[in-house]
Structure formats: C-alpha cells, structure tokens
Ligand binder design. Structure first.
Ligand code: HEM
Length: 467
C-alpha cells in the first residue's frame, strides 16, 4: 500500500539534501520550510530526517508522540566521545537512559543541589566584576562571560577550576569544535574512507583518549578521600549514589565519567552563549538596557551586588532572558530525536528509524505565534504572557520538551539571571561607535551551539545612578 510522506525538497544522487544544510543549518532549514512547509522530509545521505518548524508540529512530536520519538540517533561521534552513548544526552531511549536521567534530576540537578552551588556562583561573579573593574574601559565581554561560566561548571562538576591555558580548557575547546563537525561515513557509509583520509577519525580517537585520561584522573582524585574538598560536586554526588546504592541500580565508573562529560557539553557553552546574546541584544537596544538597569538598581538599592534572593522581584530581567532564548536558543536545532516505532503524524506515515530535528530557532520567530515583530528584540512581549520555556509551551523550546527535556533548566536559569543582573547593576555599558555601525558584529558561529562568530566588545563605566 502506498504511504504518504511529508514534502521533500529535491536532492542530489547519493548525498540527498546534505548540500542544502548551509553554514547555518537552522537558517537554511527555516528558508526551506517557507517553501516546503513546517514538516519536511530530507534525506541526508542515506538517513531520512524529518524537519519540524512550527509550534503545533513540535507539540505532535514532543508531546502527542513523545515516546515514539524519544530516542537519539547513534553516531560515531557520540559513540567514541560519550563512552558508547553511556551518558544521558546521547543514550538511546530505554531503561539505561531512564535510570541515568533520574540520577541527574534527583541527585545532581535538584533544587537543593542547585542551591548548594550558590557560593560558587557568587564567588565567580565577584571575581568577574573585579576583573572588569581592573581592565581598561573597552571590555572583551565574551571573554569575561566564557571564563565565568567555565569556572562555575568546572567547580560544580569537578570541584576545582581548570581555566585559562590549562590542558583541560584546551581539551574542552577541541571537544566543542569536534561536536560541531560530522562524519561523512555516518551519512554515506561507502564514503567512510573520507573521514580517515581527512584525519577526522584519528582526531576523534585522540580526543576521546585524552578526555578519558583526564576524567579517569579526576575520578581517582575524588575516590582518594585524603584530598579535602569544601563542597560536594557532581562527581562526589555520583560516587555517593554508587556507594549508598541510593539510586536502586548500579552506576559504574564509565557512567560516572559519561555523565560528568554531559555536564560540560550541556553546561558550559550553552550558558555562556545565552549570556553573550543577551548582552549583545541589550547593547543594541539601549532602552531595554536602561529599563533592566532601573529594575535591578531599584530592587538592590544601597547594595553592592545582586543576590539570588533579589531575582524573584525582577520580571523584566526574566523577560530579557526569555527574549534572548527565543531569538538565540543556544542549540537552535535542539538535539536530534529518533523514532523507534512507525507513527502516523497528521496524514503522513513516519517509519521507525527516522531522525527528527526540531528547529527551535525558526519556531521562536514564527510570525503566526509571535506577530509581525517576531524578529525584533522586545522583552516586553513576555511581561503579560504565561508562555514559559520549561517544556509546556511549544512556541518557546530552548530547553526542548517531553521526555528529553533538558534536566538543568533551574540550574541554567539562576546562573544566567544572577550573572546578567550583576553585570548591569555594577556597570553602565555601551557599544563602541564602530560596533554600532558594523552589521557583521552579530554574525553567528557555526557548530552545534551557536554563539557569536566574533567576541563582543563593549565599554564599561561605573554606574551613574547606583545609590
Ligand atoms: C542555557 C542553558 C541550556 C540550554 C539552552 C540547554 C538546552 C538543552 C536542549 C535543547 C536539550 C535537548 C532537548 C531535547 O532533545 O528535546 C538539552 C538536553 C540536555 N541538557 Fe541542557 N541546556 C542548557 C544547560 C544545561 C546544563 C547547565 C546542563 C548540565 C548541568 C545540561 C544538561 C543536559 C542534558 C544531560 C541533556 C540531555 C537530556 C536527555 O537527553 O534526556 N544542560 N539541553
């Protein structure tokens, strides 16, 4: 019986639609969807890939048929770098994933754990503010924010910092870069030799070995109880779960290393990217920046910094974060989903074994939902709106939704809010004149998480109206 499949842009022999992905996949796919509709079926090499670009179809995938689409495609990259997919993010849907995700939600990223890292956040923010004060007035804002998020994630996950020029920082930079590449062989198996010739295979092997050696060493240090640490980090928490058998199942060393690596992959680039875009938009919209400053400085009148308890009374700050996440979701295409059973989606037949990419970036800019000014940065649109990013509203999906929802929403939100609030509380900011005129200043990078291509520079000066 003939089955109906979603519309497909014409592709080329062998490579299918691979050549249409472009430098910025979320943008290329958004353009294609304007022509072929919000549900398209592409062929990337030999893999069928469903592209979803509207809120109601995202709801069909992530809510109505959530279980059927809750797996992940297996790739050589995740297989080698993420311990044969023994982490949470790349694990196929099933019992192992369920167990590890529950460990993340209950033991690593619970509200209690998030609160326990308050000191880490405060100390690193104080350090960043001092560094800004000490530097000249023109600041490399991107560098300050990247250092801060990297320090926080290192301390939370590993118990100490590995910043600046350390080997681990270089290793995680290589990891981020590698995650933005893909193996030709995964899409076109008979061209797998290209990965070998271009050195991709050997780079992958080398990186996987070096990462494992690093995590093995950190794990051994944690197991050695003679090394004193002042607070429980992610590895300590995982070792305690294993020791006390509190999860109700076994967690071995490989799982501990894989989950810790997830915290890096999921945690550092994303928070930094969000803060970088939020500051970019505020600097390009001085009225919004002034409004935010006024809110923060009124609530924290007479204080030298913003504490996490102050954040509750800052609706405009929350609206700024939401707006930055709407226009610049750090993972614009979320993470790929994969169907494990046949699904009837609207009138279409989607067979098991189909990859699904939800274009959160395109959904955040849909005119039908967000209006004719969808492309504009306007935090005010969120002030009287109940739309949130915790997975219930499919028009705003920076953290995904359904079973695969990011387990670290609370962790990420408090970090981003408190950093942004302190940055605008402690300084007045403006763009250098040449950046105001330079349109290329907001070019996006390529890769899995999409940050600015060029660092953000801005002029910081002591606050004018801090009382
Ligand atoms: C602004 C910050 C962040 C953003 C925007 C973000 C976004 C996302 C997205 C889009 C997904 C995929 C959802 C899906 O497939 O439906 C995801 C998954 C995940 N994130 Fe985050 N994330 C952030 C911070 C973090 C942090 C700080 C951590 C760890 C401490 C983390 C850990 C994870 C993990 C483990 C998964 C995999 C969940 C699963 O597959 O079941 N994320 N995140």
């Amino acid at each position: 019986k003939k089955t109906k499949t979603p519309p497909s842009p014409p592709g080329l022999p062998l490579i299918g639609n691979l050549h249409q992905l472009g430098r910025h996949t979320h943008r290329s796919l958004c353009s294609l969807s304007k022509r072929y509709g919000p549900l398209m079926l592409l062929r990337l090499g030999r893999s069928p890939v469903l592209i979803v670009s509207s809120a109601d179809l995202a709801q069909d995938i992530l809510k109505t048929h959530d279980r059927a689409f809750a797996s992940r495609p297996l790739t050589k990259l995740s297989d080698r770098l993420l311990y044969n997919n023994r982490d949470v993010a790349s694990a196929p849907y099933g019992e192992y994933w369920r167990q590890m995700k529950s460990v993340c939600v209950i033991h690593l990223l619970s509200n209690k754990m998030v609160r326990s890292f308050q000191n880490v956040r405060e100390e690193e923010i104080t350090l960043m503010m001092e560094n800004i004060r000490k530097s000249s007035s023109l600041q490399n804002v991107s560098h300050h924010l990247e250092t801060l998020t990297n320090n926080v994630i290192c301390r939370v996950a590993l118990g100490r910092k590995y910043g600046g020029k350390t080997d681990f920082k270089k290793l995680t930079d290589r990891l981020s870069e590698m995650l933005g590449t893909f193996s030709v062989g995964s899409f076109i198996p008979w061209l797998a030799w290209i990965d070998w010739i271009r050195g991709w295979d050997s780079q992958l092997e080398k990186l996987a070995k070096e990462l494992d050696a690093f995590f093995e060493k950190v794990l051994k240090d944690h197991e050695d109880s003679s090394i004193d640490r002042d607070r429980t980090d992610v590895i300590d928490a995982l070792l305690a779960v294993r020791r006390n058998k509190s999860a109700g199942f076994e967690i071995d060393r490989v799982s501990i290393k894989a989950i810790t690596l997830d915290v890096f992959v999921g945690g550092s680039d994303t928070s930094f990217t969000l803060l970088e875009w939020a500051m970019t938009e505020l600097l390009r919209h001085p009225k919004s920046l002034n409004k935010l400053q006024e809110e923060v400085r009124t609530i924290c009148k007479g204080k030298s910094s913003v504490s996490e308890d102050d954040l509750e009374d800052m609706p405009y700050l929350k609206a700024v974060i939401k707006e930055a996440l709407r226009l610049h979701p750090p993972f614009p295409m979320m993470a790929p989903h994969y169907s494990t059973e046949d699904v009837k989606l609207r009138d279409y037949h989607i067979p098991a074994g189909t990859q699904v990419l939800v274009n959160a970036w395109a959904i955040g800019r849909e005119v039908a939902t967000w209006g004719l000014d969808a492309e504009e940065f306007k935090p005010e649109r969120h002030l009287d709106s109940a739309v949130d990013f915790r997975g219930h509203n499919f028009e705003l999906l920076p953290f995904g939704a359904g079973r695969r929802l990011c387990p670290a929403v609370s962790f990420a939100v408090v970090l981003n809010e408190v950093v942004l609030a302190n940055s605008v509380h402690g300084f007045d900011w403006k763009l250098p004149v040449e950046s105001m005129e330079d349109k290329t200043d907001v070019v996006e990078s390529t890769g899995f998480s999409v940050r600015r291509e060029f660092p953000l520079y801005a002029i910081a000066s002591p606050p004018t109206c801090l009382t």
